[in-house]
Design a protein. Structure first.
Lengths: 325, 252
């Protein structure tokens, strides 16, 4: 037990007499204490490293399992356009295109919404019940299971897109890359928006006041002070949502149409049925009846892994460059 | 009367139900340095922010009464115009971090979308920085970011930014409270030079500073303007007991 400091009145002030440490057990315990401190630090380190090891392990597993496919298909796996498990010819190109196309389309659709929400709830209406209600609801969107979005897309969006396609004189599938992108956009908006709200609320008010005091209007403050200040952070939010979009499986699988054929025109690629890497894996994994087929699917997972990592790295690079300058 | 630049008539300011500035009447002459002092929470900053209508940017903040800028009530003018016409320097130096020193000086023009030719901009930048006693120190690094400067230099950059808009009146909200003593004295020295061309209203809770830099001093207490007089007069023989108590340090 530590004895409490003793205060004695020395005529005009208190004299603080320090506790007597020699009588104190802390002195004897210091060795064990030190050992525990080291152990605790080690524990934290092990737990942090463990997670990284798991990811490395996942990568190694992917490579080992996809090795038969890698050796038999070679590098042309990446741009091969034919996916024929019966003939044992595997080309990932249609799915690679499908993944990138749906993700970037979703991203482009989501950006105006994310920014609008971020600016409205970050700057115009940061407090009050309406603001809280909107913010919480938007964050809830991210928590809704993706299969529910799949259903919604199937029952509501598909008929709408079909009507649109009939008007545009395209084969009215309803399902396809475009439909999947819309649902994907709804799913990723909360990521960009939520981070954007936080960032915009964090812009120092002296900066904004400085601009107001020079006669700037609210729009000018947003454009010239808030936007430059939050640019890199908003971009990070966009990247976060792109990472989510690339790997999203369930809702996309339900809506994309799942065809392995490559459409001839861009119009058909964009509106017609397609496939993403994640949806092919989800669809065909259970029916992969021979080693090479299974291995080719796992290689698809490897490609998805690598694409996601590359896009994240590019994003990180851009963020550091923007924040430095 | 002709020499008056700002005149407050029964000016009142509120935050919601909180009455922070009470019935202030004051007349400020051109080319004078006015110090506004008083204890924390006495309404001096709110009064200052009322002059260029910055007060109303805060949610729930309202104001009553008149503030006449050269005879015209600022509350009858467009707030954006008022703020562009009156310069303001804040407690913490706030140069725009994404802009260079050069662009920071002409930020008022950039923000208001006023087109200025490169040659005119060069002149504005040099003159403003010279007036703010910063030109010599930064003339070789005009295109570096303003945030690389020291605190005192940043504050002088903010003064240059205000001067660039060619105001007649510049408001200072505790402009040296975030600066070290050396930077403080460089900014204070600047006040003496600026007085030639501008009217300065400086809010400060540093009495020595008020005594050093100002021609006249206004003392605020609990939202009221207690006394407004010659600085020398006020510090040697204040008329009001509350002023006396404040300057002798009986409350702060």
């Amino acid at each position: 037990m530590i004895t409490s400091p003793v205060f004695t009145w020395a005529g005009n002030c208190f004299v603080n007499k320090p506790p007597n440490f020699v009588e104190n057990k802390r002195l004897e315990l210091s060795n064990g204490q030190l050992k525990w401190e080291t152990m605790f630090k080690l524990l934290l380190k092990v737990m942090s490293v463990l997670l990284v090891l798991i990811i490395v392990g996942v990568l190694i597993t992917l490579i080992i399992e996809s090795w038969p496919s890698i050796t038999s298909q070679g590098i042309k796996y990446i741009w091969g356009k034919v996916w024929d498990p019966v003939q044992n010819i595997y080309g990932a190109y249609p799915f690679l295109v499908g993944t990138l196309l749906t993700s970037f389309t979703a991203l482009i659709i989501s950006i105006p919404f994310s920014y609008a929400i971020a600016i409205y709830l970050g700057e115009y209406n940061p407090k009050g019940w309406l603001s809280d209600l909107l913010k919480n609801t938007i964050e809830l969107i991210a928590a809704v299971p993706s299969i529910i979005y799949g259903f919604w897309g199937l029952f509501v969006l598909v008929p709408l897109v079909r009507t649109l396609e009939m008007k545009l004189d395209i084969l009215p599938y309803g399902v396809g890359v475009f439909t999947a992108s819309i649902v994907l956009a709804v799913m990723i908006i909360p990521y960009g928006a939520s981070l954007g709200i936080t960032l915009i609320r964090m812009v120092p008010s002296p900066l904004k006041e400085g601009a107001y005091a020079l006669g700037a209007t609210r729009w000018e403050v947003i454009r010239n002070v808030i936007m430059p200040y939050t640019r890199s952070g908003l971009f990070a939010g966009v990247l976060l949502s792109l990472g989510r979009a690339l790997g999203e499986t369930m809702a996309v699988t339900m809506l994309i149409g799942n065809t392995t054929a490559v459409a001839d025109t861009f119009k058909n690629v964009f509106f017609g049925p397609g496939n993403t890497m994640a949806s092919v894996i989800a669809n065909e994994f259970a029916e992969a009846d021979h080693t090479l087929y299974l291995s080719a699917l796992i290689e698809l997972g490897l490609v998805l892994f690598v694409v996601t990592v590359i896009i994240n790295m590019i994003g990180k690079r851009i963020i550091t460059r923007v924040t430095k300058s | 009367m002709e020499n008056t630049i700002v005149r407050a008539e029964n000016y009142n300011a509120y935050f919601g139900d909180n009455h922070v500035v009470k019935d202030v009447n004051i007349s400020i002459n051109k080319n004078e340095v006015i110090a506004v002092m008083g204890p924390s929470g006495c309404g001096k900053t709110t009064f200052l922010r009322g002059i260029n209508r910055m007060h109303e940017l805060i949610p729930n903040a309202t104001a009553k009464g008149k503030i006449l800028l050269e005879g015209e009530n600022v509350y009858d003018m467009n707030a954006i115009y008022v703020r562009a016409k009156i310069g303001m320097v804040f407690q913490r130096p706030n140069p725009f971090p994404n802009l260079s020193i050069y662009d920071n000086v002409v930020a008022g023009y950039l923000l208001n979308g006023i087109k200025v030719s490169k040659a005119d901009k060069d002149v504005i930048v040099e003159r403003s920085l010279t007036s703010a006693a910063l030109w010599k120190e930064v003339k070789d690094s005009l295109h570096k970011k303003g945030t690389f400067l020291s605190g005192g230099q940043q504050q002088r950059l903010c003064i240059a930014r205000a001067i660039a808009m060619q105001p007649e009146l510049i408001l200072f909200d505790e402009p040296t409270s975030a600066l070290d003593p050396i930077s403080t004295s460089s900014v204070e020295a600047l006040f003496h030079e600026l007085k030639e061309n501008y009217t300065l209203i400086i809010v400060t809770h540093n009495m020595q500073q008020a005594a050093r830099v100002s021609d006249r001093t206004a003392f605020f207490y609990m939202g009221e303007l207690v006394e407004f007089d010659d600085t020398k007069q006020m510090f040697t023989a204040p008329a009001d007991q509350r002023t006396q108590n404040y300057i002798t340090g009986r409350f702060s």
